[in-house]
Design a protein around this ligand. Structure first.
Ligand code: UD1
Ligand code: UDP
Length: 370
């Protein structure tokens, strides 16, 4: 019987981490012929994930530029991907989440008349400026998509509110939990991050969102610096995103503080395992908001709103925005108040059981073959 050809298209680190388990499953399943297309909107941070999961793309569009803009990424993806779709004619294109790669790969598929499946569909803030441009990207991709792989019931409800067809929506859980089955290890030793004293309370910091560049990021980093200077019994680890704009602010404010460790992006194996050993996470990342609840590690979310309300409801996430005083006060509270800390640190992961990829494959097969 002819196999279903499924093109899995992605370009950045978080998409790669969340698509990797799907690619692994497609590879193992005789019913499918996977075709991996990376745009390489990210280069080094994408390659870290490809190397870890031993994924060899069939096509690498290699589009990243140092000063890329949203338009330049879109134009390059559209131009480079058209001949690939045209030649390969996959039965389905799978895109993930809300990046510019996601949007461009989806619209190019639609123009080519190929069905599109959206993994991590239905997340919403309903504010196209926050996160920018991700909210617009995911809403637009859900207009384009034929199939929706919604991580939670709440994301399904969001899709229904927009009048997407109920029978095209599959609640699958989030594949990031599947990815953690490949990374999290009980025997992990943290000595690879030299200079970090893991007997102290460790705060893991990540920050990169476009709308936080500039003043909001300066406020947060200044608050973190004060925390570190006032608390010699904590360690701060910040794997700094490769974006030069983030690096410039981080180096200016956070360099040369003994208990702040500015390091290169960790590979996903180290990042997940280091997170599991942390006291607290401070982050504006999307993926991190799904991973930390799995370990019951509290997250101060450095944003004004989130498309991941499930983690807030579970109690593991708290939205604190980017105001200097608020961020400083909230972190101080968790350092000083055991009851407040305990209230946020129970393990209750609303994002799935680690079998999301299996559900996605079954749904694809059912829809396209049966
Ligand atoms: C993109 C996504 C964002 C996602 C983030 C994950 C869009 C619009 N945004 O944002 O949703 O949260 O990825 O990290 O798609 N760079 C490197 N090497 C790398 C990666 C990035 O040098 O491996 C530098 C480049 O100079 C690049 C810059 O970072 O120009 C910004 O990258 P870009 O993909 O444009 O935006 P992100 O902020 O990473
Ligand atoms: N991550 C990683 N190394 C790091 C920092 C993050 O592997 O040094 C992983 C993290 O586990 C999560 C993903 O990157 O799965 C999140 O990516 P990012 O914050 O860049 O993007 P977002 O999720 O906000 O789109």
């Amino acid at each position: 019987m002819k196999k279903l050809k499924v093109a899995v298209v992605f370009g950045t680190r978080p998409e790669a981490i969340k698509m990797a388990p799907i690619i692994k499953k497609l590879d193992e399943d005789d019913r499918f012929e996977p075709l991996v297309i990376v745009t390489a909107q990210h280069r080094e941070m994408l390659d870290q994930v490809l190397d870890y999961f031993k994924i060899k793309p069939n096509y690498d569009l290699d589009i990243m530029e140092k000063s890329q803009t949203l338009n330049s990424i879109t134009v390059k993806v559209l131009g480079e991907i058209e001949p690939v779709y045209h030649q390969e004619q996959p039965d389905l294109i799978l895109v993930h989440g809300d990046t510019t790669t996601t949007f461009a790969a989806a619209i190019a598929g639609f123009y080519e008349g190929i069905k599109v499946g959206h993994v991590e569909a239905g997340l919403r803030t309903w504010d196209t400026q926050s996160p920018f441009p991700e909210e617009m990207n995911r809403e637009a991709v859900d207009v384009i998509a034929d199939y929706y792989f919604a991580p939670t019931e709440q994301s399904r409800q969001n899709l229904l509110k927009e009048n997407h067809q109920d029978q095209a929506i599959f609640v699958t859980g989030n594949t990031v939990i599947d990815a953690m089955k490949y990374t999290v290890s009980d025997n992990y030793k943290n000595d690879m991050i030299s200079g970090v004293d893991f007997s102290k309370r460790v705060i893991l910091l990540t920050m990169h969102r476009r709308e936080n560049l500039g003043e909001p990021m300066r406020n947060v980093f200044s608050a973190v610096k004060r925390l570190a200077l006032e608390n010699s019994d904590i360690e701060v680890i910040f794997p700094v995103h490769k974006n030069p704009k983030v690096r410039a602010i981080a180096n200016k404010i956070l360099a040369n503080v003994d208990n702040i460790h500015l390091i290169e992006p960790l590979d996903v194996f180290d990042f997940h395992n280091v997170m599991s050993k942390c006291f607290l996470v401070m982050s504006d990342s999307g993926g991190v908001q799904e991973e930390a609840p799995h370990f019951g590690i509290p997250v101060l979310v450095l944003r004004e709103e989130t498309e991941r309300p499930e983690g807030i409801e579970a109690g593991t996430l708290k939205l604190v925005g980017t105001d200097y005083k608020r961020v400083y006060d909230e972190a101080c509270k968790l350092l000083a108040d055991k009851v407040a800390y305990h209230a946020m640190s129970s393990k209750k992961n609303p994002y799935g059981d680690g079998f999301s990829s299996d559900r996605i494959l079954e749904a694809i097969y059912k829809e396209l073959k049966e």
